[in-house]
Design a protein around this ligand. Structure first.
Ligand SMILES: C[S@@+](CC[C@H](N)C(=O)[O-])C[C@H]1O[C@@H](n2cnc3c(N)ncnc32)[C@H](O)[C@@H]1O
Length: 398
């Protein structure tokens, strides 16, 4: 192994510790031990050890369908998973590198199965695992909707692809004290959540904002997309009624704005607010836009790739930010509204922002629970209810 790659691994570990993505000695040792560049031979050494994804496959429209995930996210998810020596583990979505890190953590008495729906990715992962000399990883081709029953039960499952739902097989294939880490989509907001199994229920112990390529196969759940203009669209992951032509016309008409008096420092993350909005507002969607001039001429959202939005028929309001202190870069949260219900929608969003600031900004994060879809209402965990195909997800902000 070249000195340069060893040095780059040490630098990557230090950078991930500094960011707080690596929190334990065990994950630090695994990242230091596994040669990431052998799993991304198409990338330069610098790119392989940058804290960024390496895209390994795209669909015909150019969207990434597979990648070696970003090191910060892999480290964070491994910290969430807490893989101990001797554990049986399942990785959903292959690439080789993350499975090799999991094998390092599970040690000589543990094992890892990795499943991918794409035979090319499986072949690639097997090749790179062999080149890196990684043992105790079995890579299989298949749709992860059914898990990998022949290797179950698993102490840990780490899902490395965006999941709108948790298929029953994943819970059934966990040991009774098992843990699953899954990037779960909640109204278009993705959080990597670590869940402990409690009978037929999954109870979150931590969750953080993340992004992943979309699930394919039986678990695929394409968003409903409402194009609004050049580089601007609304996306919904449920059946929100929306008058598309009305919203398109409203966006070209006057804009109402309401401001909350709640401010934020440039360095302060506010994904907790966006999760709050995604789990409180009814008729919720994501306003997706770019930073191009064409998009800017139409909308001015808080976080252009994905910004919380609410609709009511042909009206729309979305989360906005305005700079209130040029010296510090401090911004104020607010909402822009368009259409006949522009004012009430924007005012409702501002009330929600104020409630988040009062009750949750400095409090504990919400507990997310996942229960089977047929669970009687009186047995559901408390919280805001999001109904999925196989499960009911509750988000409890108390
Ligand atoms: C981000 S990549 C995995 C990254 C990888 N774990 C690594 O080492 O960095 C996501 C993978 O999930 C796979 N995938 C998507 N849908 C799937 C499904 N239903 N079952 C199994 N794999 C799936 C894709 O083919 C893709 O290779």
């Amino acid at each position: 192994m070249s000195c340069e790659s060893v040095e780059r691994r040490a630098a990557l570990v230090a950078a991930l510790q500094e960011k707080g993505a690596i929190r334990s000695e065990r994950v630090a040792a695994a990242v230091a031990a596994v040669p990431r560049h052998l799993f991304a031979p198409e990338a330069s050494l610098a790119a392989a050890y940058a804290d960024d994804i390496v895209v390994t496959k795209r669909d015909p429209r150019g969207a990434a369908t597979s990648s070696v995930s970003a090191p910060w996210l892999q480290a964070l998810m491994l910290e969430q998973a807490g893989i101990e020596p001797g554990m049986r583990c399942l990785e959903i979505g292959s690439g080789g590198y993350n499975a090799a890190l999991m094998a390092e953590l599970a040690g000589p008495d543990g094992c890892v199965t990795s499943i991918d729906i794409d035979a090319d990715i499986v072949a690639r992962a097997r090749r790179h695992l062999a080149a890196a000399g990684t043992k105790r990883v079995r890579v299989v081709v298949g749709d992860a909707e059914a898990g990998v029953p022949e290797d179950a039960p698993f102490d840990r499952i780490v899902v490395t692809v965006g999941a709108w739902d948790v298929p029953p097989a994943w819970v059934a294939q966990l040991t009774m004290t098992g843990r699953i880490v899954v990037p779960l989509l909640l109204h278009g907001h993705t959080r990597t959540a670590a869940f402990d199994r409690a009978g037929d229920t999954l109870v979150s112990r931590s969750h953080e904002l993340c992004g992943f390529v979309a699930m394919q196969g039986l678990g695929a759940r394409p968003d409903r997309v409402v194009p609004l203009g050049p580089d601007v669209e609304l996306r919904f992951d449920d059946n929100v009624p929306v008058e598309a032509d009305g919203v398109r016309a409203a966006l070209r008409g006057p804009r109402a704005e309401r401001w909350s008096g709640i401010t934020v420092d440039p360095q302060e993350p506010f994904d907790g607010l966006q999760l709050w909005l995604a789990t409180q507002a009814t008729s919720f969607g994501q306003l997706c836009s770019t930073r191009t001039d064409a998009a800017r001429a139409l909308v001015d959202p808080a976080t252009p790739p994905r910004t919380p939005a609410v609709v009511d028929g042909g009206s729309l309001a979305y989360h906005a930010l305005r700079r209130v202190d040029p010296a510090t870069g401090r911004h104020e949260f607010g909402a822009y509204g368009h259409g006949p219900a522009a004012v009430p929608l924007a005012e409702r969003m501002v009330e929600l922002i104020q409630a988040w600031d009062r009750e949750h900004r400095n409090g504990r994060p919400p507990v997310i629970c996942v229960q089977p879809a047929g669970t009687p209402v009186d047995r559901l965990r408390p919280g805001r209810v999001l109904r999925k195909r196989h499960t009911v997800v509750t988000v409890d902000w108390r």
